[in-house]
Ligand binder design. Structure first.
Ligand code: G4F
Length: 318
């Protein structure tokens, strides 16, 4: 039985990937900050099938011990500070977790078992003030937040360890990916949650920032499948994981409220104070290489995903 190690297993991506790996017959070991803390993303059945361990991401010796003890053949790194709204908070902490911790893992792989296949959850935030659109693996990076800069450091270390140390290490440049397991600080989940509350008479308005902001939103379950495929290839490479289509926050509201039989214009209030700095170039991924080389395609469409998120909120609230 192959062992996979998933850091940040209790998060959205970690829990979807754990389900996929278990279905494929892997033994799944996951790292968390606190094994006694429960996560809404991990069902009781999932909890009973994975092995959870604590890892202090600042500790180099501990990661070496984890690799030695568990002997993973694949490692997926999802442990990160990932809040969209918090991208400028705590630049040093973000640098440690989203950047340096990856260098620790790569160093540990080179010391313990250079045959391990490694996938890093990189981010479209590395493109930042992008120089062109859509963005592919060839597009130059221009991060505009400590979050994007830390992810870019990790991404660069992966290229270095692949080219100069010969490791099988890949970077998945993930555009926004959502699901009912997304945190409430992301706009998709905020809209799904609040619109369901409004429908049930538990709230009467939804305050948002820029309704015309656009993103390339995909479904998290599809994106973890792409990352698994990346590690099954004959050669390690980087890939953009995206849908190639953008939608606005307004589109999201329209679909969510319509699904509930409501008109978003009656409930959504735009708050100019919550606007983010304008993006000079739209962030939208070019997934052509990923589709061709990995024989991958997003299966859940944007409107299906929004409806799935709204339905999940309704069910939880009821
Ligand atoms: O859902 P968001 O907060 O996600 P954001 O900032 O794009 O970050 C996510 O995607 C990145 C990939 O590019 C990841 F690196 C990162 O970890 C995270 O997964 O915001 C999406 C858009 C933004 O343009 C924001 O300005 O929605 C707009 N927005 C409008 N009103 C809002 C709101 N965002 C939030 N969070 N809350 C609002 O009320």
């Amino acid at each position: 039985m192959k062992t996979a190690l998933v850091t940040g297993i209790a998060g959205q991506d970690g829990s979807y990937l754990a389900e996929l790996l278990l279905a494929k017959g892997y033994r799944v070991v996951g790292t968390v900050r606190d094994v006694h803390k429960t996560s809404d993303n991990m069902s009781a059945s999932l909890m009973s099938r994975v092995e959870l361990i604590e890892w202090d991401m600042l500790d180099q010796k501990e990661i070496v011990d984890i690799f030695l003890r568990n002997k993973p053949v694949e490692v997926y790194n999802y442990a990160a500070c990932s809040s969209g709204e918090g991208m400028f908070d705590d630049p040093v902490g973000i640098g440690e977790i989203n950047g340096l911790a990856v260098a620790r893992m790569l160093k540990a792989i080179s010391e313990v078992d250079s045959g391990i296949h490694f996938c890093q959850a990189s981010s479209s935030e590395m493109f930042g003030d992008a120089v062109g659109s859509p963005q592919s693996v060839e597009t130059p990076f221009k991060p505009r937040s400590p979050y994007g800069a830390a992810k870019l450091y990790a991404h660069s270390m992966i290229r270095i360890y692949r080219q100069y140390y010969g490791l099988f290490v890949c970077s998945a440049i993930l555009f926004n990916h959502e699901s009912p397991r997304r945190g409430l600080n992301f706009v998709t989940r905020k809209i799904a949650y609040q619109s369901a509350k409004i429908k049930l008479g538990l709230a009467n308005e939804l305050r948002l920032g820029n309704l015309d902001a656009r993103r390339d939103w995909g479904f998290a379950g599809d994106y973890v499948r792409a990352m698994w495929l990346m590690l099954q290839q004959p050669h390690a490479e980087d890939y953009v994981v995206a849908t190639g289509k953008t939608h606005s926050v307004r589109d999201l509201c329209e679909i969510a409220f319509k699904h509930l039989g409501l008109d978003y214009r009656d409930y959504v209030r735009e708050d100019a104070n919550a606007y983010r700095p304008a993006e000079p170039v739209e962030l939208v991924g070019n997934p052509e290489k990923t589709i061709k080389q990995l024989d991958w395609a997003p299966e859940v469409k944007f409107d299906e995903m929004v409806k799935m998120m709204v339905d999940a909120e309704l069910q939880k609230l009821r």
